[in-house]
Design a protein around this ligand. Structure first.
Ligand code: AMP
Ligand code: GLY
Length: 422
């Protein structure tokens, strides 16, 4: 039986907490730091998760058998390495392997070395502002400008005009995110999908493909966000397309990371562009996606605790999974007005119980705070309303019916999640 510590505090971690807590092989679940929704599934502990020694001491004291790391930052900071050096099993990659997400330049160079399909690119270091400006000036449009380091999903500008691209280069070199340099790449046409592979360093299992909605506004308008809603499985990823993704992207990535001495253990998140049934990599992430996970786990029938533990121990066990996709799930993110820029904070939330009156609905907490009896909307993304259905249309309809029952003064959401797939 697993005694599991889950790290993180968002909607993704709430979805993981529900899946882990209901796993036959999980006997105890803690979450640090967690949130008011996760508190229904796990015992919350207020550990300083940026301090690896604090986390490993807790694990030793409580006989934790598995640590599941939700967000990218602790992985990039080397939390998994420290815990493994203490003999604690971790679902999540080493600091070296986490570069696939932490440095877009690293990921692009890696894909180039291993012939993995992705957009053509040039990488510009911290001191190369003038070179980057000159390159962008002569690049075909649209052109994509990306900050090379972590930027919470906000470091990418798809520029339709040269002026916009130049402005993006200047802003990134002016240090809005830091001084890691940039990547400039060609524009990929097609439709986006997210595919998660549960990896043990060598073998893997892919979960249901999902489609996120990155832009803040209906019809994919406005700024890029962390994600405004998702559904799974995405019909765009047929059996044939999935096999192509596995052969041309996931397998060479796992083999390449092994060959280079940094095997990948954890969730390899392939952010893909699919054009005429041919996939290319838009980005890699080294953890579960948010909000995709809320839909992907909703359709997964598995002992998730046993699945992640087996991957963490170097032998992913596919017998822990009964089905990767039972029906469909749709997740609609409720945000705070103003997100992804400055947003209003602190409105009182009502109606979650009513929304969850439908047994096919789960309301995941992403950015909430509980003060006495009042639940408040304190994050950019506040809640993730997820519904299951036997068809995608049914899942969408159920999730929007539930969204209508939840109320707070600064509520904001997209009204078209999943519509493109119908
Ligand atoms: P990323 O953080 O790299 O996933 O980029 C955020 C979003 O920007 C992606 O989800 C795409 O919608 C868009 N994007 C990034 N790179 C490209 C590209 N090369 N071509 C077209 N769209 C892109
Ligand atoms: N939804 C995209 C991400 O988790 O990065």
């Amino acid at each position: 039986m697993e005694r599991i510590l889950l790290i993180g505090s968002g909607g993704r971690e709430h979805a993981l907490a529900v899946a882990l807590a209901s796993s036959p092989s999980c006997s105890k679940l803690w979450c640090a730091p967690g949130n008011p929704g996760i508190a229904r599934e796990a015992e919350l502990v207020s550990l300083r998760i940026s301090d690896a020694e604090v986390v490993s001491r807790f694990c030793r004291e409580q006989n934790v058998t598995l640590v599941v790391v939700g967000p990218e930052q602790p992985l990039t900071d080397g939390l998994a390495d420290h815990l493994r050096s203490e003999g604690i099993d971790v679902f999540g990659p080493s600091q070296a392997a986490a570069q696939l997400e932490a440095s877009k330049g690293f990921a692009k160079d890696f894909m180039a070395r291993h012939g993995i399909p992705t957009a053509p690119y040039r990488r510009f270091g911290a001191g190369a502002r003038q070179d980057a400006l000159a390159y962008v000036q002569s690049h075909a449009l649209p052109v994509v400008v990306k900050y090379d380091g972590l930027a919470a999903g906000k470091g990418v500008v798809v520029a339709a005009t040269t002026a916009e691209a130049l402005q993006a280069v200047e802003a990134m070199y002016d240090g809005v995110f830091g001084d890691d340099g940039i990547v400039v790449e060609g524009f990929l046409e097609g439709q986006e999908a997210s595919l998660f592979a549960i990896c043990d360093g060598e073998r893997y299992l892919t979960l249901a493909a999902a489609q996120d909605h990155k832009r803040v506004g209906d019809g994919d308008t406005g700024k890029n966000t962390g994600g405004m809603g998702a559904y799974a499985p995405a019909p765009l990823v047929s059996q044939e397309v999935r096999q192509r993704i596995e052969r041309t992207i996931i397998e060479p990535t796992l083999a390449g990371m092994r060959a280079e001495g940094q095997p990948f253990v954890g969730c390899l998140f392939c952010g893909l562009m699919i054009h005429n049934d041919h996939p290319s990599v838009v980005e890699f992430n080294v953890r579960f996606g948010d909000p995709e996970t809320q839909a992907v786990l909703a359709v997964l029938s598995a002992d998730v605790a046993a699945l992640l533990a087996s991957a963490a121990r170097g032998a992913v066990d596919t017998s822990t999974v009964a089905s990767v996709a039972v029906g469909f799930a749709c997740n609609v993110v409720l945000a705070n007005m103003g997100y992804p820029d400055m947003y209003e904070k602190g409105a009182a939330i009502t109606g979650i119980d009513r929304a969850e009156g439908d047994p096919m609905v789960t309301v995941f907490h992403a950015g909430t705070t509980q003060n006495d009896d009042v639940l408040r909307a304190t994050g950019g993304r506040v809640l993730g309303v997820t519904a299951r259905g036997t068809t995608l249309a049914e899942a969408i309809e159920r999730s929007y019916a539930a969204v209508g029952k939840i109320d707070y003064a600064t509520k904001m959401f997209r009204t078209d999640i999943g519509r493109k797939a119908l």
